[in-house]
Write a protein that binds this ligand. Structure first.
Ligand code: PHE
Length: 338
């Protein structure tokens, strides 16, 4: 009787309780087998009554166990509540897109790689020697002034600063090896300027360097001409204007025929038909000597361009700040293969 009540009221809260129930009542050494053992000893009269009670009890216990077991296995696998269609296609997730500056950098790198240029990199935190002195900047040169350079630490004759151009990588490359050198140097550079649509405190450059015997200005012109045809399409015109950089002599700035109006004149090119895209020149012999290279034997050319400027011309972007604001409405317009 006492066991019947217990079994009837059994409401398990976990699969473990169901198992405990089985161990208590249903196994070989469990209560039910015990009761049947005791049953053997009672008188034939009692057997008639008790036999019925015992059999009913056994059935009740087995039924309860089966029910409880089903309840818990169903809950565990979660099958009882799921009636979705497993053959439906899955929910896709949205892939991001490459940043326009990365896309254009990659394009520039690919063009020069085909010409045999390798990619070189260097640190963004530089010392005065690599950023200025080795590149033939006189001590009083205005570019060293606090207005342009973010200084990090003043130290005797070799201040630490954020690099203002990736020309510093040219120095590192030449110091570390022997000519010939044929490399491009993409990277982020920093200049202390007020942030506006046309200027930012950091931007990205790709510089190039080619040093070997008998490298001439004609090589420089042809290399850059080829680069422009590849990047902006056949028929894009180029022109060189004399300029000045401490580390090149002679130096030039290169313009291309405006990519928007094709040279007819528009707002972007200030109705001149031309836009400036890079600085270049023959590596100054002083720079070669500073890097341990015999300037009588070797000559070279170098060039440097801002990736932002190149990208603006390619995609008609008019505000530099868009590149660093992380606005998805801007970024998602550059769908591309990853
Ligand atoms: N380093 C120059 C700059 O940042 C660009 C340049 C590189 C010019 C190489 C000439 C030769 O403006």
């Amino acid at each position: 009787k006492q066991y019947t009540v217990e079994v009837e009221q059994f409401t398990p809260a976990s699969a473990q309780e169901v198992e405990e129930f089985r161990l208590k009542f249903l196994v070989t050494k469990g209560i039910i087998r015990n009761l049947f053992e005791e049953f053997k000893a009672v008188s034939p009269d009692e057997k008639r009554v008790l036999g019925k009670v015992l059999n009913e009890f056994k059935q009740l216990a087995e039924q309860k166990y089966q029910e409880s077991l089903e309840q818990f296995t169903a809950e565990q696998s979660g099958k009882s509540s799921f009636d979705g269609d497993l053959t439906l296609p899955g929910v896709g997730f949205k892939l991001g897109s490459r940043h326009p500056l990365s896309l254009v950098r990659k394009e520039i790198v690919e063009i020069f790689k085909k010409l045999g240029f390798i990619v070189a990199e260097g640190p963004e935190i530089e010392d005065d020697w690599h950023n200025f002195s080795a590149l033939n900047f006189p001590p009083e040169h205005p570019a060293r002034d606090m207005q342009d350079t973010f200084f990090i630490k003043k130290q005797d004759g070799n201040d630490i600063a954020l690099r203002t151009h990736t020309s510093s990588v040219q120095v590192r490359l030449m110091e570390a090896g022997k000519p010939p050198f044929r490399a491009i140097m993409p990277g982020r550079v920093y200049r202390n300027e007020a942030i506006s649509a046309r200027a930012h405190c950091f931007f990205h450059q790709v510089e190039g360097l080619y040093v070997d015997e008998n490298v001439s200005f004609a090589d420089l012109k042809q290399t850059l001409y080829h680069f422009v045809q590849e990047l902006y399409g056949e028929g894009t015109k180029v022109r060189f204007r004399p300029s000045y950089f401490p580390f090149t002599e002679p130096s030039a700035e290169m313009d291309i025929s405006c990519t928007i109006c094709k040279g007819k004149g528009c707002q972007l090119c200030k109705y001149s038909g031309w836009v400036e895209i890079l600085g270049c020149g023959m590596v100054d012999p002083n720079v070669l000597e500073n890097c341990g290279i015999d300037s009588k034997k070797y000559s070279g050319f170098a060039f440097g361009m801002g990736i932002e400027r190149i990208t603006n011309l390619k995609y008609e972007i008019r505000d530099l700040r868009l590149f660093s604001e992380n606005d998805v409405r801007f970024l998602s317009q550059f769908e591309s293969e990853l």
